[in-house]
Design a protein around this ligand. Structure first.
Ligand SMILES: *Cc1c(COP(=O)(O)O)cnc(C)c1O
Length: 396
């Protein structure tokens, strides 16, 4: 058995990362908003088709900016999926809002749009759909709800860059969207993010909030003759060194996305019959969604099978990992008034889901080893009823 491990993720710098980072040093401008930040922002604006993209130090920071821009505060409520990364919720809790958790759909594992309405009340300010695994949420329904109740949508698009819903780019549906360029995402500069602003009335204040509450951006454009403290804000700009690394990654968009597509499709093709035989769930991508190929997951029949699977693959040097714990059942979730048992689909999925190694420079041999490792595993449990039900749900 080969001794080399197949990691869950491995960073890949296959383009102009070294060249551009060297150039950033030579330009003697490695603080924020230098040449490479502007290039990366323009790239995102052009490719996504949005009014403004502002680089941030993380997706977490972009979410925090969205909370500041929406004026979220004490007494407000924000609806997020219970199956997400903590930052989706934390950004609003940090402003004093109460976070409400909607359960997810069993098919796409996205926030269940039908549950959102029951959580809306007069205090609701916003909802934050997460396009899980880069597959679009039901944005038609969510948009209609948001319009009817006058609430904002912020898309947490950490997984979904360059995915589409009904032909439209993810990240262009909400008044704002947030991107992550963390090491584990499709495009990475280690730690990084962006705030996508579709509602252009938010742009002037976004620039101020991002620049420590000052009108420094206007000053640099010559629109004011000195800059000063005009609003609340913080420091959300990444170094231009990181932007240089990011630009090199973004420029390889076609290669990176087509490589990830090939890896995803090969997993699906090779594991399909095994999954069918043992009642293992595979990702479901509705026809009207073009996914961003962020991850490949399995839903094992039972928690015991999931744990045995992680052990089995680990013994073969294959790093497979579980994902989010239900936020509604977390200590902070409970402090927000939620409790275990409220989001049964999330709670089940959280027990059953396992993610396979998936990264931009995964070799065919590495993927073959993972596939063989999976095929050698025989789940023993009776599939959870949720796995049967999800087959018939995918939306048209
Ligand atoms: C990765 C991730 C984040 C946080 O991204 P950072 O850039 O690490 O702050 C937020 N939301 C989701 C859904 C994520 O996957």
């Amino acid at each position: 058995m080969p001794s080399e491990k197949v990691p869950f993720n491995r960073p890949c710098f296959g383009g102009n990362e070294y060249l551009y980072m060297g150039q950033a040093l030579e330009r003697l401008h490695i603080s924020g908003d230098g040449y490479f930040s502007k290039q990366a922002q323009m790239f995102l604006e052009r490719e996504i088709g949005t009014a403004k993209a502002l680089l941030t130090t993380s997706c977490t920071d972009a979410l925090e900016m969205s909370a500041l821009l929406l004026g979220i505060g004490e007494g407000d409520e924000v609806i997020v999926p219970s199956f997400t990364f903590v930052s989706t919720a934390n950004a609003y809790a940090l402003r004093g809002a109460r976070v409400r958790f909607a359960d997810i759909r069993p098919d796409t594992l996205n926030m269940d749009e039908r549950q959102v309405e029951s959580l809306i009340n007069e205090r609701t300010k916003a909802t934050v759909p997460v396009h899980y695994a880069g597959v679009g949420c039901e944005m038609d329904a969510l948009n209609a709800l948001a319009k009817r109740h006058g609430i904002a949508i912020v898309e947490d698009n950490a997984h979904g860059l360059f995915g589409t819903y009904r032909g439209r780019n993810l990240g262009t549906f909400g008044s704002m969207a947030t991107q992550s360029f963390h090491e584990t995402k499709n495009f990475s500069c280690g730690e990084g993010g962006a705030l996508i602003i579709n509602d252009s009335t938010l742009i002037p204040r976004a620039e101020i909030v991002r620049e420590k509450g000052t009108n420094r951006s206007q000053f640099f454009r010559g629109q004011v003759d000195k800059y000063t403290w005009v609003d609340v804000g913080s420091s959300f700009l990444p170094s231009d060194l990181l932007a240089a690394c990011l630009l090199a990654q973004l420029e390889r968009k076609e290669t990176i996305q087509s490589t990830r597509k090939a890896i995803w499709e090969s997993y699906y093709r090779e594991l399909n019959r095994w999954a069918e035989r043992y009642g293992v769930g595979l990702p479901i991508v509705p026809k009207h969604c073009e996914q961003a190929y962020h991850m490949f997951y399995l839903l094992m029949p039972t928690l015991a099978d999931r744990q045995a699977f992680i052990q089995h693959t680990k013994e073969r040097g294959l790093m497979c990992v579980f994902h989010y714990l239900p936020l509604n059942a977390s200590p902070m979730g409970e402090a927000q008034g939620a409790s275990a048992g409220e989001c049964p689909v999330t709670e089940t999925v959280s027990d059953l889901l396992v993610r396979l190694p998936f990264f931009n420079n995964m070799t065919l041999a590495e993927q073959q080893r993972v596939i063989e490792g999976v095929l050698a595993f025989q789940p023993k449990g009776r599939p959870h009823p949720l796995l049967e039900s999800r087959k018939n749900l995918a939306t048209e």
